[in-house]
Structure formats: C-alpha cells, structure tokens
Design a protein around this ligand. Structure first.
Ligand code: Z2T
Length: 803
C-alpha cells in the first residue's frame, strides 16, 4: 500500500489520542503496540472487504484449510512487511522516538499449535494470500495455546499460556455469523409426506460457535484472506431454571475451546478432544454452506465452488458432517451427496507413527454424535459392500472404517476424499508401499505428494534482514516473489568477497543470539564456535539422544586430553515434551544435567557449551535460525514425515547434518552430496531390520568402546542430578531394544560430526556450502507448495509463479 512517513506519523498520533486519549510522551510500549495494531487493521480493512467482495462477485471457487492448529507466531511485523510498509513505519516510529523492535516484542506469540503441522498451516495461509489463492483457514480459537515451558531444576514444568489475557488486536468477533453445533441426545428418522427421511432430535446439547476472524495479508498484492477461529459459548437462553446447573453447563461448553492438546504425533483419546474436533468441523462447514447459498446455486454443484482440506485426521469428521447437511438439511439422496462430498474433500497425512493414528471407540462417537455415527456406519456399510466384490476379504477388513470397536479416522478421511497426500517424496512413497498400501491398491489415483514448504517472508525477510540485504545487493529482489530466483546466488560461489560477507553476517547473527543468551540465561557463548542447532519437539524418533550421546563422547575426549583438536562448539537445543510423555521429559532432564556438568567445567571452558533454551517456539526460532551453522535433522530414516526446520535452517545458510529422512532427501537432491552431510541407516535398511528382527542394540554397547564409555556415563554418577533419568535411558537403549536405532547410528553420526568439524575450519569452503544451500532453498517456499495444492488438488485459481 501507499503510505508516506508523514501520513503514518499523523495517523499514529491520531489513533493514540482516539484509543487512549494520550500523547506519545505519556504512552508506554503496550499502548503503542495496541495503537499500531489498530492502525494496521484499519489500513487493511478496505482490502479485506474488497477481497471478499471480489470472491463473491466472480463466484470464485474457494478452498478452506481445516486445521486443529495454526501456529501463527507474532503478526505485527509480518503484517507490516506484507502491506509493504515495514520500513516506512519503522522510520516514522523512530522519528517519534519509538523503537519498532521493542513494540513488536510486546505482542504475545499465539502458539495455537504443537509443532510442524501447526506451523505448516500458518505458512500455508500466508502463502495462499500471497499467491492470490481464494483460500481461508478454519480452526479453533483456543483460550490457552501450547503450554509455556519452564525448567525447574532441569525438569520441564508446564504453565498455562494465556495469550488472550490482554486482548488480541488482530481478531474481529463476528456474532452475526455464529452457528449452533449439536451434541449428544437421541435421534430417529421419520418419513415425511414427500417420502424423504427426516431426523428428529431429543435432549441434545446445543453449543454456540462464535467465529473470530483474523485478516491474512498477502505480500504486496492487496489480497486479504481470512483465518476463521471458532470459540464455544452458551447459546442465548431466556429462561434459566436452575442457575447453578446453568453455570456448570456453561463451564462445560466453554471448555471446548479452552485448551490445545499438547501432543505432537501422539493421539489422546479423550472425549473433550472429540468434542473439539466436531465443534470446529461442524461450525466451519455450516458457515461454508451458508456462504454458498448466497450464490443461489444447486447443492449438486457445491464441489465446483468449494474445496475443503483435512489437515491430518483431526478434522476428518468433515466427511460425515457434510454428508449430514446434504442429506438431512438439503434433502439430497445418498449417491449425489456422497459424490459431492468426495469431490469437495482432500486429506493430508503427516505421520507414519502408529501411536498418532486416531481411532475413537464406537461408544464415544455414538453417544456424543448419534446422527454422525449413523452416517459413518452407512459409509462403512456401502464401502465394504462395494469393495467385497472387487478385492480380497482381508483387504476390505483392513481398510474399512469401523473395525475392532473403533472408528478409524484416517480410513474415513481417505475413503471420503478424492485426494490423499503425503508431505515429502519419501513419506508419500512409504504411505503407498507400506503404511497405506491397501488403500493404494484400492484407490491408486487418489495418492499424490506435496512436499512441505516454508514462507520465506517470515523465515528470511523478517528473521534475517542482514542476509536479505546481502542477497538483494547481489541478485536483486525478484526472489521475494519468485523464490527459485535465489539460484542466481550460485554465480557467487567462488567469489571470495561475497563469501566473506556471508561469513560476516552469520557472525553478526551469532553475536546477537549470544547476547540474547547472556541476557536470558546468564550464559556466555563464543560466537567463534560452531553453533549446532536441533530445534523441534522432543520425541524419541527425532533422536535428540543421538546428539546428546555424541556430546558426551566429546566431553570424555576432552577430559582425557584437554588439548584434543576439537573446534569449539555450542550445541543449541529447543524442544517441548508432551506433558504425559515421560521418556521425552527424562531426556530433557538429562540434557539439562549434562549442560550443567559441561557448562560449569572450567577444564572444558570454551570448547563445549550446551544451550537448552526454555519455551522454544516461533519467536525463539526466529532468533536461533539465522545464527545456526549446523542443522541437526537426525531422525531415524522413515520416521520424520517431512520436517520443516530443515528448510528454514537451510534458507538461512546452515549446513544440514542429516539422515536420509523426510524432506532431507530432497534437500540433498537440491544441493548435491558435497553440500550436505548425510549419515546413518537408510529407510530400506530400517525396514530390513524390522523384517528380519536382527537388531541387537546391546552388541553396539559391548563392541564400540566409545559408546560403551558414554553409555556407562549415564549410570556411573558422571552426570550429577540425573541418576534416575540416566538409568532409564540406558535401559531403553541397551536392555529394551533401542526402538529408534540410536546405538546403530552412533558411529556413523560421530564420524559425520568429525567431518563437520573439519569442514568448518575452512571458512571459504564452508561459506560456499552455505551459499549453495541458500541458493537451493527457493523450491522449498510454501508459495510453490500451496500453488500445487491449488492447481492439483483444490482446482482453485492462483497467480502461479514459474518454478
Ligand atoms: C505434527 O507436527 C506432525 C505430524 C503429526 O502427525 C502431528 C503433528 Cl502435531 C499426526 C509433523 C511431522 O512430524 C513433521 O515431519 C512434518 O514436517 C510436519 O508435521 C508438517 O507436515
């Protein structure tokens, strides 16, 4: 948008008086933040209205991304950037004696997500607006986001994240768009005079779903899409018979949108979670249908105007809910309704981990959602009937929705969608050949891959301004809208001056991060050390333990020989564990205890440091990633569906140290073997071990002397304060089979780390690798990912940029 500095300063002062009757000199950062937020909203309101008007006038097909999680991160600077007024506002504020950075820090970080899946949804809505795709987010306005993590004596402690405490400048409550969602009760079908079956309900519980809309600003294009998050409230009642029972009921209803379940790739089979799932699915679909009806088209044509995306199985009830509306409210017959539903729906799978597969007991679904359960039964009945004529009995039994007393959500999502995708090439291959092989036999053409992506706006333009300046000086800024243009950087691969500038920028970012760590943790880290980063949820399959065991081996090496030729390293961890995941929490404690030991050992001094940041999330990621030299992507091959921190770190010039898992494979393909460090078991070798059951972790303990010493270190008192945790980890690795092959991959990993140490010593060589990584990261822009969803799955228009 056009905005002069003069106009901005006037507007800002005026808004401050309007909202707070204050003068700049009297105002504090919080007031300045709210004022600026309101001003940005007013700047975008015209285009928000216009975008919606355009969609309606042109009767555009629109896509709706249904996701339980949207891990948005702070929005002040991203909105300024996308509106094209970041520099104007920054300069204007400086004239007024205000530091934009300081204001930006005030904003609470809306952590409405666990990790990769939720952050992916946030990158996608940014990219959809930027790519001019008529597509919106639909989710839950959780009162509490993902818990705040504290370390007490090295143990993770969870605190509530009350992000809405001081209000939310970005959202608008839309009371007129509220809808009712029905739970419980009895349902029966009666034949009407017209001969159609009509459901009747008794003793239901009605919940009012109130939408809060947040603008999703496209980058420099006047497009503003919508993120609609639903809040659960009590429907207005004019007679309250029993006041206390009303209060009780109100609490029960409001608890639906109270808190995000803190489990990453692990399913929690609680009733409240099922309520949450149906709540935002039903509200979202009702609201889509309401909107569609304004276009005055027949329901038979719904799939020409609406696409609904199911982000993992959490919104899989979309399938029976749309069927319910088409059958019961729109009086369509089953075949037509089913045809429309399948054409509207598409589904993304995000994991092969079996503990994440959602399956709900029949008892639970039939009690909470009696009509939905009837419809699920009918979908299952028709599926099994049709398939029995075409496939072997076993395949039908393994693919049906209702089985073993449970409703299998992934099966419902696959059967009810026209598209099923994985999130990286390897992941999609494993789905087709292993995990969902039966479905692949049944529906080969539904399966496709959409490799994840990240938005270069937040993860480069906002997080790493010094690097952007360098890139723009070298190749111009076309990459901002056509990220593959970053490839032009390759022309500078042997340009010493550029490589040294790159080194200088990394050094600057490391200094800034070191300052932050000094301030927040009172820990001194050396910016000349290698900053080695593993930031992701704490999960056994991600193998933070492999990293830790290697650190211990370096520690022992230095204890034996203080002069050992090891380049100084800072190992940086950021990770939250699900509160109920005991083993993950033990690993956190263990890492913290090892950090205590090493960081306070004067003999180790500057050679090794461990920084385990508290409360890792989007805002911390923005500080860590630009300062990273090494990107740890060391999951057991086949287990990480894609990973996305791998892409963010690559884009910021970190060198990837990785197994051939998830999108690491595609990163390797982009940069070539020489510009990435790969180690460890491959996916097929892992499956071979499963097949022949021949893995004996104990033999690695017994035969590798380094590993032997490190593992003994866990149980011989080397690590004060973590005796129980050390024992538990030791046992799981040595006694109980080492489920994720940590010991099997240890030697290869240690060798790979030695290689990193050697490579880093040659600055020019290292920066050349960094440059090639940055230059190759463009394909991993979520702009391209969503454009592929738009054209290949949703069939909605977009301003496609060439890849
Ligand atoms: C999640 O973040 C991921 C998968 C899940 O499976 C659940 C959650 Cl909360 C149900 C992650 C994957 O682990 C990661 O590999 C992937 O990059 C990310 O989703 C986005 O696809």
């Amino acid at each position: 948008m056009d905005l002069s500095k003069r106009k901005f300063k006037e507007d800002f002062k005026k808004m401050l008086t309007e909202v707070y009757s204050m003068d700049i000199s009297e105002s504090e950062t919080t007031e300045q933040y709210v004022t600026l937020g309101n001003l940005i909203r007013s700047y975008s309101s015209k285009n928000w209205g216009r975008t919606n008007q355009r969609y309606i006038e042109k009767k555009k097909k629109q896509a709706y991304y249904f996701s339980m999680e949207f891990l948005l991160g702070r929005m002040l600077k991203s909105n300024l950037l996308n509106l094209g007024i970041l520099d104007t506002v920054r300069d204007g504020l400086r004239d007024l004696g205000i530091d934009l950075e300081e204001i930006a820090q005030i904003e609470p970080d809306p952590g409405l997500g666990n990790g990769g899946l939720g952050r992916l949804a946030a990158c996608f809505i940014d990219s959809m607006a930027t790519s001019e795709i008529p597509a919106h987010g639909n989710g839950i306005r959780f009162k509490y986001g993902l818990f705040k993590q504290k370390f007490v004596n090295g143990y993770q402690v969870e605190l509530p994240e009350n992000w809405l405490q001081n209000g939310n400048v970005w959202e608008t409550r839309k009371m007129h768009a509220a809808v009712n969602v029905r739970f419980y009760g009895k349902v029966w079908l009666e034949q009407t005079s017209a001969g159609v079956l009509e459901p009747h309900y008794e003793d239901t519980q009605e919940v009012l779903a109130v939408p809060y809309d947040t603008p999703v600003v496209g980058f420099n294009n006047d497009v503003i899409n919508t993120l609609r998050l639903w809040s659960a409230e009590v429907p207005p009642q004019d007679d309250i018979t029993d006041y206390w029972s009303y209060i009780h009921q109100r609490n029960q209803i409001e608890s639906i949108s109270e808190v995000l379940y803190p489990d990453d790739s692990n399913y929690e089979g609680r009733l409240l979670r099922l309520k949450q799932e149906y709540f935002f699915v039903s509200a979202g679909i009702q609201s889509i249908i309401r909107h569609y009806k304004k276009m005055d088209l027949s329901m038979n044509h719904l799939a020409e105007k609406v696409a609904i995306h199911i982000n993992d199985t959490h919104p899989a009830l979309c399938v029976p809910e749309l069927m319910r509306i088409l059958l019961d409210e729109e009086k369509m017959d089953w075949e037509h309704a089913w045809n429309v539903t399948v054409n509207v729906m598409s589904y993304t799978n995000h994991t092969i981990m079996s503990e994440a597969l959602e399956k709900w007991p029949i008892e639970m679904i039939s009690t909470l959602l009696p009509r939905i359960y009837q419809i699920i039964c009918e979908i299952d009945r028709r599926f099994t009937m049709k398939m029995s004529t075409l496939f072997e009995r076993e395949i039908v039994e393994r693919t049906r929705i209702i089985e073993g007393g449970h409703v299998k959500m992934a099966h419902m999502a696959i059967i009810g969608s026209h598209s099923v995708n994985g999130v990286a090439q390897l992941h999609t291959t494993i789905l087709k050949e292993k995990v969902l092989h039966d479905f692949f036999l049944v529906y080969p053409s539904k399966f496709n891959n959409k490799t994840n992506g990240i938005t270069q706006r937040r993860w480069l333009m906002l997080a790493n301004e010094p690097l952007c300046d360098l890139i723009n000086r070298k190749i111009g800024n076309e990459w901002e809208t056509t990220p593959t243009e970053l490839k032009m950087l390759k022309a500078f691969r042997d340009d010493e001056k550029t490589l040294l500038e790159l080194a200088q920028i990394k050094r600057l970012n490391k200094e800034r991060f070191a300052e932050h760590i000094k301030k927040t943790m009172d820990l001194t880290i050396n910016p000349d050390a290698i900053f080695d980063v593993q930031i992701k949820r704490l999960h056994a399959y991600k193998r933070q333990l492999l990293n830790l065991l290697h650190i211990l081996s370096l520690y022992f090496q230095l204890k034996d020989d203080p002069q050992a030729d090891i380049h100084p390293r800072v190992f940086i961890f950021g990770a939250k564990a699900a509160p109920s995941y005991t083993y993950a929490k033990q690993i956190i404690k263990l890492i913290n205890s090892v950090a205590d030991l090493i960081n306070h050992d004067a003999a180790i001094a500057d050679k090794l440091k461990i920084v385990f940041v508290e409360n890792y999330g989007v805002s911390l990621a923005e500080k860590i990633i630009p300062a990273a030299d090494v990107s740890e992507q060391i999951s057991l091959a086949s287990k990480e569906a894609s990973g996305t921190s791998n892409m963010k770190l690559m884009l910021n010039g970190a060198i990837t140290l990785a197994t051939l898992d998830g999108a690491n494979v595609e990163i390797r393909d982009r940069v070539g073997e020489k510009n990435i460090v790969i180690f460890g078991l491959r996916e097929d070798e892992v499956y071979q071990y499963y097949h022949d059951g021949s893995y004996q972790s104990r033999s690695y303990y017994e035969n590798n002397p380094v590993l032997h010493r490190v593992l003994n270190g866990l149980i011989d008192g080397t690590i004060p304060g973590a005796e129980a945790e050390g024992r538990s980890v030791f046992d799981s690795l040595v006694q109980y089979g080492d489920e994720y092959f940590v010991l099997r991959d240890f030697e290869a990993y240690a060798d790979a780390q030695k290689h990193i140490d050697q490579l880093y010593r040659d600055t020019l060589q290292w920066q050349k690798m960094a440059l090639i990584n940055i230059a190759g990261a463009g394909v991993f822009s979520s702009d391209y990912t969503v454009q592929q969803y738009a054209s290949q799955i949703w069939d909605v228009s977009s301003k496609v940029r060439n890849i």
